[in-house]
Design a protein. Structure first.
Length: 95
């Protein structure tokens, strides 16, 4: 059995997760991969009168993660056409 390891600086790893988003499409390291770039949007929101029910992470078409002081992170959308770095009113309304 062959096991390949990756080395970067002083870090040696068996697996690497490359999180560079859709800009990986233009990276020389990954030019051999055929993939479709996508965009996902998420928002940081405040819900002053949050209920206990919001203190969980639903796993359906969207999710919500609680943070201190009635703050939440809500996500996410999926878009293969709009690859801009900006959030959109359409995504905000959806979530």
């Amino acid at each position: 059995m062959l096991v390949y390891f990756f080395k970067w600086k002083n870090i040696i790893a068996k697996n690497v997760i490359y999180c560079n988003g859709f800009s990986a499409k233009s990276s020389k390291e990954w030019e051999f991969l055929n993939f479709t770039p996508t965009k996902g949007e998420l928002f940081h929101i405040e819900i002053p009168e949050a209920t206990q029910e919001l203190n969980s992470i639903p796993n359906k078409s969207c999710w919500i993660v609680p943070y201190p002081n009635n703050m939440y992170k809500v996500g996410a959308t999926y878009d293969v056409k709009d690859l801009s770095l900006d959030t959109t009113p359409k995504a905000f309304e959806y979530l």
